[in-house]
Write a protein that binds this ligand. Sequence first.
Ligand SMILES: [Zn+2]
Length: 400
Amino acid sequence: MVNENRMHPLGPGDRGPAVADIQAVLRGLGLLGEPADGPADASANGSANGSANGSANGSADGEGYDRATELAVRHFQQIRGLSVDGLVGEETYRALTEARWSLGDRLLRFDPDRPMRGDDVTVLQERLLELGYDAGPADGIFGPGTETGLRAFQRDYGLTADGTCGPATLRALRQLGRKVVGGRPQLLRQSASMVESGPHLIGRRIVVDPGHGGGDPGWTAGETTEADLVFDLASRIEGRLAAAGATVYLTRGRGQDPSPAERTAFANDARADLFISLHVDAHSSSHARGVSSFYYGTGSGASSTVGEQFANLVRREVVVRTGLIDLGSHPKTWDLLRMTRMPAVRLDCGYLSHPVDRLLLLDAKLRGTIAHAVLAAVQRLFLPAEADPPTGTFVLPARH
Ligand SMILES: [Zn+2]
């Protein structure tokens, strides 16, 4: 999510979204406790409605790079075999970025232009090696060797040998009764729960459209771009929908920026049942915050009913599960919604310009929660009405 150019190392005294991001990863790894209830800094962000509790309490910039953060970084560096200096330079930042992925969070496949990196790749490689497949070194980079090893495994176990690690492959890996090695039982539980989310969506074709990309970063906040955030979110949604049996397509790769016409043509060609476009917002007023969704309509009754229904479902699921403010669903005649021949919804998921929303969006765990909410909404859309549970209660395997 950060560009690969030289970065100024972060250390004691630094504040801001990049520091909050690092802290979120360290918390996810259990190396850093939850932030203390910020006593001082009762700044302007709206605790009046009490909705953004927990992860976003206290000051606008998080607690800053304090002593606890430095200790957690040192601990992380020690575990990872990095030089231990308590600062987050390029190397440590890259390792932290990779550590946010757990097996099952996303589909894994070989991308020659931009190889996928992460702890989920390491776990897959280790598993293949344990089973006797030559997947190259377990280096956390999904390279051609990983693909060859994965294809060989898939062939032997009667799976489609497509070199993509998705739900069927995860299920097979799990059924082989992995012995838990090296203290990673949590990763195993996560991939197991992913498989258990079941085949509710078999036969459904869903296109997920991360906004912007390539030369168009969208809104930015420090080193964070909207394009990267929504791509990360789209990857998480893709993984969860695929695990529930749906066929999922993304409209763009990480570095691409197709036009609205190209995005809608892609969805039409894919004969999708549902189109979900993802954005985050920003505003010159630092008070603007919350979640909106949009569906095709003119506001005069000529609206797409399924689109409107899904716009409401997905927005409500996200609001209930994240505590982001509810800004409602709105009819729009944007090309993206108009040119798609299936129910199409755009979700604007929080404001990068708002301190609380930004903290939430920079938290990988919270993005996992949003992905979970989207899955719940899709399942509710396609479930028979009598089986439809109230918002926020649909029972999905707990993650994290
Ligand atoms: Zn946007």
